[in-house]
Write a protein that binds this ligand. Structure first.
Ligand SMILES: NC(=O)c1ccc[n+]([C@@H]2O[C@H](COP(=O)([O-])OP(=O)(O)OC[C@H]3O[C@@H](n4cnc5c(N)ncnc54)[C@H](O)[C@@H]3O)[C@@H](O)[C@H]2O)c1
Length: 327
C-alpha cells in the first residue's frame, strides 16, 4: 500500500463529496477508495478544516508537514490542494521530504519563472510531479484526442472556449485542452475583448481573440462567474467538429457529410454524443499514479505539460498587457 498525505483540507481535498458518493471529486475519496493506497492524513494549519476532513475520512490531522513526516517517515505520495498562490511555496517545502511522487493542483505555480524553479528542483531530486488537469485523465476525452492525432478530423480551423473565475485559475484548463486537441503551443494575440475580476484582482478573467501558426482562430470568452460557472470548448476541423460542454461531462462529435436535403452540399452532421466519466477524474488520476509507480506506465499530466500551459498563459498575459498599454 502506498501512503498518501494531502496538504490542504478544503473543497477539492475533502469537501466536494463523501465516502458514499458515486462521484470522485476529492483527493480523499479517490485514495480512501483505491485498494493500493492508504490515506494517512491531511496537513492544514486551519485546525477546524483539518479536524473536519480527518474525521470525515477516518484519518489524522497535522498542522504542518514536519509533524506529518515525523509521524510517518515513509510517506510515498503528497497531494497539494492549497490555494493557487501557495503552490510554489508548498511544492518547494514538500521536495525536502523526498516523496515518491507529488500530485499537485493546477495551476502549477503563479509564474513561469516559478514553474521552471520547481521543474529544476524536482528533476534534480528525481521526484515526478503529476498535475491535476482533470480532463486529461478521462478515457473518453483521451480517445477523441487520439482520434484527432490520427488525423480523423482533418486540419484544425478554429475554436471557441468559454470559462470564468480567473485566467490562471480556470483558463489554464482550457489552454491545456487546446494544446492537447490542436498541438498548438503558441498563440498570437489579435484582439482583447474584455477583462473582468470575477475570481481575484490578481487573476482577472480575460477574453480575447488569437491565432495559431497555421492561421486557425482561437476565441476565448469569459463572463462573470457570479451568474454560473462555465467551461466549454468547441473545436472545428476541416472534416468535423468536437464540442466539449457541461464542463466536460459531455462531448458532441460532428462529421462533415453529404446533406440529405441539398444535393452536392456537405454539412456538419451530429454523429455522437458521449457522456464522459469526468466526475470519476480523481479515481482515474489515482489509477494513473498506481500504474506509474507499480508498472512504469507514463504519467498523464507530467510537469512538462504544466510548463507548456504556464508558457502559453504568460505569453497571452504579456501580449494582453502590451496591447492594453498601446490603447
Ligand atoms: N483540478 C480542478 O479541477 C480543481 C477544482 C477545484 C480546485 N482546484 C484547485 O485546488 C486548490 C485548492 O482549491 P480549493 O477550492 O480546495 O480551496 P479551499 O480554499 O477550499 O482549500 C484550501 C485549503 O488549504 C489550506 N491551506 C492554506 N495554507 C496552507 C498550507 N500552507 N498548508 C496546508 N494547507 C493550507 C486552507 O486552510 C484550506 O483548508 C486550488 O489551487 C484550486 O485551483 C482544482
Amino acid at each position: 500500500m502506498y501512503k498518501v498525505l494531502i496538504v490542504g483540507a478544503g473543497n477539492i481535498a475533502s469537501e466536494y463529496d463523501d465516502a458514499t458518493s458515486t462521484v470522485f471529486l476529492t483527493h480523499a475519496h479517490a485514495f480512501v477508495n483505491h485498494p493500493h493506497f492508504e490515506l494517512i492524513g491531511f496537513v492544514d494549519p486551519d485546525i477546524i478544516k483539518g479536524i473536519n476532513a480527518s474525521s470525515k475520512w477516518g484519518t489524522r490531522h497535522f498542522t504542518n508537514l514536519d509533524q506529518a513526516f515525523k509521524y510517518y517517515s515513509n510517506i510515498d505520495i503528497v497531494c497539494i490542494a492549497v490555494p493557487d498562490d501557495l503552490h510554489f511555496n508548498v511544492l518547494q517545502q514538500v521536495a525536502n521530504y523526498r516523496p515518491k511522487l507529488v500530485f499537485t493542483e493546477k495551476p502549477l505555480t503563479n509564474t513561469l519563472e516559478q514553474a521552471h524553479i520547481i521543474e529544476r528542483l524536482y528533476r534534480e531530486l528525481h521526484i515526478p510531479v503529476l498535475i491535476n488537469f482533470k480532463r486529461a485523465f478521462i478515457p473518453e476525452i483521451l480517445d477523441v484526442i487520439n482520434s484527432v492525432k490520427r488525423n480523423d478530423f482533418g486540419e484544425f480551423k478554429n475554436c471557441y472556449g468559454f470559462y470564468n473565475r480567473g485566467f490562471k485559475h480556470n483558463a489554464s484548463h482550457l489552454l491545456d485542452l487546446i494544446i492537447r486537441f490542436t498541438g498548438c503551443k503558441e498563440l498570437k494575440l489579435m484582439n482583447v475583448i474584455d477583462s473582468i475580476s470575477d475570481f481575484s484582482i490578481d487573476d482577472p478573467s480575460h477574453s480575447f481573440v488569437a491565432s495559431t501558426d497555421n492561421n486557425a482562430v482561437v476565441v476565448i470568452k469569459s463572463f462573470s462567474g457570479e451568474s454560473y460557472p462555465i467551461f466549454e470548448l468547441d473545436l472545428h476541423y476541416s472534416s468535423g467538429r468536437i464540442r466539449l460542454f457541461n464542463t466536460g461531462e459531455k462531448l458532441e462529435i460532428y462529421r462533415v457529410q453529404p446533406s440529405s436535403a441539398f444535393s452536392g452540399v456537405n454539412f456538419l452532421q451530429p454523429k455522437d454524443c458521449i457522456d464522459t466519466s469526468l466526475h470519476q477524474s480523481m479515481l482515474h488520476a489515482a489509477n494513473n499514479i498506481f500504474e506509474y509507480l507499480s508498472m512504469g506506465k507514463p504519467l498523464r499530466v507530467p510537469i512538462a505539460d504544466g510548463i507548456e500551459v504556464m508558457k502559453l498563459t504568460e505569453q497571452v498575459l504579456k501580449d494582453i498587457k502590451n496591447k492594453s498599454c498601446l490603447n
